[in-house]
Structure formats: structure tokens, C-alpha cells
Design a protein around this ligand. Sequence first.
Ligand code: NAD
Length: 303
Amino acid sequence: MGLLDGKVAIVTGAGHGIGRGHALELAKQGAKVVVNDLGGSVRGEGQGRAADETVALIEKRGGTAVSNYSDVGDYDQAGELVNRAIEAFGKLDILVNNAGIVRDAVIWNMPVDDFDAVIRVHVRGTWSTSSHAARYWRAAAKSGETVRGRIINTTSGAGLGGNFGQSSYATAKAAIVGLTQTLALELLRTGVTVNAVGPSGLTRITASIPGMPESFEPDEVADDEWHAMDPSNSSPLVAWLASDEADHVTGHVIRSIEDRIIWMQGWKERKTITAGGKRWDPTKLGDVINQDLFETRAPGMRF
Ligand SMILES: NC(=O)c1ccc[n+]([C@@H]2O[C@H](COP(=O)([O-])OP(=O)(O)OC[C@H]3O[C@@H](n4cnc5c(N)ncnc54)[C@H](O)[C@@H]3O)[C@@H](O)[C@H]2O)c1
């Protein structure tokens, strides 16, 4: 018995790296998988058939999968991806939004077209596939079906805390958290949970950072073998979030780094001061904010 027997899943960007690991794990747990990948470079240039390699690996291991080569940033192609699951396997239960590209540079060197390209794949891509899946699940729920849908998005440390040289990527990954929290609210009554994972591992993306090792994509890793930088280390978390066991989990951000699972907590009120029913005087705010809010002197705030 697999955790996902009878389920149908889409994993975007599953031709390489982390998404490939998710697709293999979901298939191992019994899901039928649509392996999506545009097949371009790490910068999102060109296209190819990387999805076929993941499908072949799943089939070699006894699982069931089909390829799809949609560009998730194209709204209509994102719709074709959702339809591919329904046409091939009759339904959709799980959508894992993982596809991503990077075009890193400090902001004063980053061309605006590179900013747009990164936002397009991560944000527009995650939103577009989710939009088509949400329409499908809403229609199913309205026709009386019991829906147990899953959307699992992909954020990163850059989006959660910022990262030098990644103003486009960090912005995109932070936006995905806002999207996750909003879709968790909007789809709650439809029966769909929406969460975000923050994975890790050596992939084409990390290999594009100067000094970093090659990506880790072996055909086989024995069940009792474990590598700290294996990009499939977060796939067990994704498989569990995708399962019926995680019915109660929605709107969360959970990182999976090496062997650790880390439940993240976002922006919370830390301290409030009040002007006592009148408008603040900006010439007095400096003292009040430094002493009463920060409880420190201003220079100490620059770290
Ligand atoms: N590697 C890490 O340490 C790390 C850490 C945090 C988050 N992430 C995130 O994990 C996800 C996977 O990245 P990865 O590191 O495995 O990189 P990767 O390059 O190996 O995989 C990304 C895949 O997405 C595909 N893709 C790109 N644009 C696409 C599009 N428009 N439509 C469909 N597919 C497209 C690529 O072809 C590629 O196969 C990304 O969202 C990335 O931001 C990675």
C-alpha cells in the first residue's frame, strides 16, 4: 500500500532536480504522475524533452507517468497541463508547483527582462496552474463530488529572508508564500489544502552559483543510502502533504533541508505603541520608535 494509491498528480519542472525527486516519490507512493517540464536551460532559455527521462525512470521502477512540455508561465499551456492529467488519468488530486529558473545579478546589473522572466515562471506559473486546478476542483465540488485537492508550492530561503544577488528570485519566492496563504483561504471550503515547501539540494540552479558543485541526479539511490545534498530529500514531505493524512494542514510553509523538517512562522506583530488617540508628530517619532519600539538606539538597528 502506498500513501498515494489511486491519486493523480502533476509535478511541474519535474525533468530535473527537486521536481524529478518529487515525481519519483509520488509515483513510488502509488500516484499516477504527469511529469511537466518545458526542458529549457537554468535561465529559462530554449526547450526540450527532459520530462521524458523522468517518465522513463518512473516506468522502469514500475510506476505510471506521462510527459507534458507546457510552459507553466503561459496561462493557456498551464490549462493544457491540467487537462493532460484529466485526459490521461481521469482526474486531478495533487498539483506540485516546482518549476523555476534563476537569472541572478545584483539589482544594478539586472536587466528588467531578466526580472520579468523569473517572476513569470515562478509567480505567474504557480498562479496559472493553480487557477486551472481551482476551476476544476470548484466545478467538481459544485457537482456534488467530495474533493480532496492538494496544491504544494515551492518557496526558498531567499524568499523567506532575502538573498544578495537574487532580487528577482527572492521577490518571486516571497510572492509564492502570499499566494499560498491566500489560496489556502480561498479553497478551504472546496476541500483543497495549499501549502509551500522550501526544499534544498544540489541541482542545476545551485550549480549556477560560482564555486558550487555539480547537480546530484543519479538514476538510482538505494533506500538505505542518504546524501545530505540529494535534491529529493524534501520529496517525502511533499508526498505526505499530498496524502489524505495531511487533510488538516493548510496555509503552512515548511522547509525541508537535508534531514531536517522546519515549520516556519512568518510575519507576526512584535510590539505595538500607540499615540493615545491622536496623530503622531513625525519630529518626535525618532525618539519614540528607537526607545519604546526598538528599545535600542538607531545605530544598533543597522546590522
Ligand atoms: N536547489 C535548491 O537548493 C532550491 C532551494 C530552494 C528552492 N528551490 C526551488 O526548487 C524548484 C526546483 O529547482 P531545482 O533546484 O530543482 O532546479 P532545476 O533547474 O533542476 O529544476 C527546475 C525545472 O523547472 C523547469 N522549468 C523551468 N521553467 C519552466 C517553465 N516555464 N515551465 C515548465 N517547466 C519549467 C526546468 O526545465 C527544470 O527542469 C525551483 O522552484 C527552485 O526555485 C531550489
